[in-house]
Design a protein around this ligand. Structure first.
Ligand code: F0G
Length: 447
């Protein structure tokens, strides 16, 4: 599959960004040259996936496509109850609605924005308990996505087991720079939770990339296949949510899996109400076919090797130029450290947005802010608090861009870096209650 890339002039880009209220989410995709907004649902399908798509069985209940999907997800996760959903956030939402009460606390290494929003929506508090190394962009520890075990223990002591219906761990840790979680950490998290009878739910969006990191970086896994590593990790969990738009190598889809029949029953009831019959869960039969193939392809070692080499290549070129980045390389993206890139712009003037907009104006590249717009929050007194990091993510769609696209991107980043002193901060002029980064409007500050 090939697609033409439309490159519009810089004057046009400046006009388009103004019309989009300085929020790149509101731009038309055809006005983007290289789209690194997300790695979610933006990958290219393989020949095997296109072939599988033609086999889609669109029977309402118990289709052949569902059987293939169920078998694949069951083989990888080892879970008994398997439910397709239309996206990852649908799985999160139904889990939150069925298992979480107002006042509950849900620990995670770092909640992704949709997980956080779904928990806030039902009146719970999402807590981020990543290790301190995960908050330091210069720390080169191999597993910066790990959960801090001491923080987890004290969270359980402080709030009490009854307030914690489950804990989560996100692999890889998207909000924390796509950093991996080690098998040892998941095992230790599980053993702490087990003492208190708290179930462990894995947010498995990038489980195959995480398995690759374990294979490369953790002792004792070099002779295991990525599938075996993934199976071992899911074996430690009680349930998982998944967006198939990442390591399902699919353009749409998600799932929820669990072992507990009571969880399964309440999830299924809400699934039927909101998503669809349990054997299609809001997806077409052809989507289930594509995901069943994609999940296996994501566990193909050479595919992961090439993908990680691409991320590392870009990261090393940026490090060569002393451009501040999150180190070491994450799985699905390169993260620029906007706080150090633009030290003259304070967090509450959103340096990440300034950098994202500069990349678009300079070269038609679309990135995304993971900083105080996405993760900042308003405290009880109404004061806006900054996020712990101001990152700009350049996410790599799977099997889409080549090295020359990334070389072009590196030139654009370098140009913005040379002219960084000229960049200004932003203020928000309009925002919704939840997930404001998707649709809020910005004005450039004049000072
Ligand atoms: N969990 C994580 C860790 C994610 O990265 C995402 C999506 C979701 C859950 C929700 O999945 O989009 O299928 O509803 N992340 C995308 C991103 C949107 O750009 O990182 P979804």
């Amino acid at each position: 599959m090939t697609e033409p890339l439309r490159v519009i002039s810089q004057e046009e880009r400046i006009r388009k960004l103004n019309e989009a209220h300085n929020n790149v989410f509101l731009l038309d995709a055809e006005d983007i040259a290289i789209d690194l907004l997300t790695d979610s649902g933006t990958g290219a399908m393989s020949t095997e996936q296109w072939a599988a798509l033609m086999l889609g069985d669109e029977s309402y209940a118990g289709s052949r496509s569902w059987k293939k999907f169920e078998k694949t997800v069951g083989d990888i996760t080892g879970m008994e109850f398997i439910f397709p959903t239309h996206q990852g956030r649908a799985a999160e939402s139904l889990l939150a609605i069925t298992q979480v009460k107002p006042g509950d606390i849900i620990p995670n290494n770092n909640h992704f924005d949709t997980t956080r929003a779904n928990l806030l929506y039902v009146g719970a508090t999402p807590l981020d308990l990543v290790v301190d190394a995960g908050l330091d962009p210069d720390d080169e520890s191999p597993f910066k996505g790990n959960m801090d075990l001491a923080k987890l223990e004290s969270c359980i002591h402080e709030h009490g087991r009854e307030k914690i219906p489950f804990a989560m761990i996100t692999v890889t840790n998207n909000s924390g720079g796509g950093q991996p979680v080690s098998m040892a950490n998941v095992r230790e998290v599980k053993s702490i939770l087990k003492k208190y009878g708290i179930p462990l739910v894995i947010d498995a969006c990038r489980f195959a990339e995480n398995a690759y990191f374990i294979h490369e970086r953790e002792d004792g896994f070099q002779d295991k296949s990525l599938l075996e590593i993934a199976q071992e990790m899911f074996g430690l969990a009680d349930a998982a949510t998944m967006s198939l738009k990442k390591d399902g190598l699919s353009n749409i889809g998600g799932f929820f899996v669990c072992r507990d029949p009571h969880w399964a029953e309440s999830f299924q009831n809400m699934l039927i109400l909101r998503e669809g019959f349990p054997t299609y869960g809001g997806l077409a039969g052809r989507d289930l076919e594509v995901a069943a193939v994609g999940l296996r392809e994501a566990l193909d070692y050479p595919y992961q090797q090439y993908r990680h080499a691409t991320v590392e290549y870009v990261l090393n070129r940026l490090i060569d130029k002393n451009i501040p980045v999150m180190k070491p390389a994450g799985g699905h993206a390169v993260f620029l450290d906007a706080r150090r890139f633009l030290p003259h712009i304070p967090p509450m003037a959103y340096p990440g947005i300034s950098l994202v907009n500069a990349l678009y104006r300079a070269g038609g590249i679309r990135a995304v802010e993971l900083g105080s717009v996405m993760f900042g929050h308003i405290d009880e007194s109404g004061q806006e608090l900054p996020a712990t990091m101001e990152l700009v993510r350049l996410a790599f769609p799977r099997r889409v861009y080549t090295q020359s696209h990334f070389d072009y991107m590196l030139e654009v980043i370098d140009e913005v870096w040379q002219n960084r002193a000229l960049l200004k901060g932003y203020r928000i002029t309009r925002q919704p209650t939840f997930l404001r980064h998707f649709s809020c409007w910005f004005d450039e500050r004049t000072e």
